[in-house]
Write a protein that binds this ligand. Sequence first.
Ligand code: HEC
Ligand code: HEC
Length: 316
Amino acid sequence: MQGVPQEIPREEALSAWCSGRRSWCGAALLVFVTFSVAAETTAEIERLRERGAYVLRASGCVACHTDEDNGGQFLAGGRAIETKFGTFYSPNITFDREQGIGAWKAEDFFRALRHGIAPDGTSYSPVFPYTSYTRMRREDMFALWVYLASVAKSARKNTAHELAWYVRPRIVNRVWKLLFFESGVFRPEPGRSEVWNRGAYLVKAMAHCGECHTPRTRFGALDETLAYAGAAKGSSGEGAPNITPDAETGIGRWSRSELVDYLSEGMLPDGDFAGGAMAEIIDSGLAYLKPRDLDAIAEFIMALPPIRHDADGPEG
Ligand code: HEC
Ligand code: HEC
């Protein structure tokens, strides 16, 4: 199998077997995994927990779900996320039964990540990037779940979002999803190298680079014709530069090791440092990644088709 992280071969193999089969397959797989976890030792749980902690870092969950600026507890939410539709506040995702997700079943969690659906059946706003996490393999979601179960609980109450009236009803999210969202797990591209596929999985299913670096249409959907070509600064949101290998407007003049250094330490080729949202993504996430994963991300990014697009330029 290509692009498959080596840490979890058995579950991976099963999930590959499941792909393309019916939906009960995933549930059966979960039972199997849960069973085998019980049957094997606590070492197995520890391995899943470690993998989950890693997936959490790689996926940038910490940056949004921890209110770092106000000394918030780890994953207890409350962090303000400004968008042109208003301010969202990330929810508490610790296992507190009242205020967090401690009363959820694992299936609720998988449904939130894969389909953007809450336990009560309503749909989440795509500010929660399930639009990317939908591609995550089931066993990685399961590892995340196992890890979250071990995080210190917080009884912090969720803060209500402050949104424009027209996006307040949750039904809006459902309509948005019908128009712009397709759920489905990542499929490796057969013609590509294992490293490229590994990078593609990390970028598309976890690190969600495109959620910031791809511009959006006025309806908030990603404009894939300009994939990774940079998003202009909006009225309230922060922009993000072009990271395709275009020499003029992108990072075409960067070497692969410069890109890896940037992703792990935030240092730009000219010695300056990353700021804003990127600095957060690096400090609370990418900096934790293994060199081979950072290298795989660089492989994928450097192989993107170069797009000439100056996000903040006159035609941006
Ligand atoms: C860009 C910010 C952002 C990132 C990154 C992010 N989330 Fe969230 N998350 C949110 C917001 C905002 C909501 C609430 C969405 C809504 O109310 O429609 C949310 C909702 C959730 C919920 C539902 C909680 C509830 O009480 O209903 C879960 C579970 C969750 N996120 C887990 C995660 C996990 C796990 C990750 C990483 C894999 C992650 N999130 C990454 C912003 C983020
Ligand atoms: C939460 C939004 C967000 C996410 C997710 C994100 N970025 Fe960024 N990125 C930014 C912003 C904002 C900047 C500009 C940073 C600055 O002003 O210093 C940036 C800068 C960069 C730069 C520097 C480009 C230049 O010309 O200076 C690179 C390279 C980069 N990001 C790559 C990535 C990759 C690869 C990923 C996924 C692994 C990623 N980013 C995920 C927001 C994001």
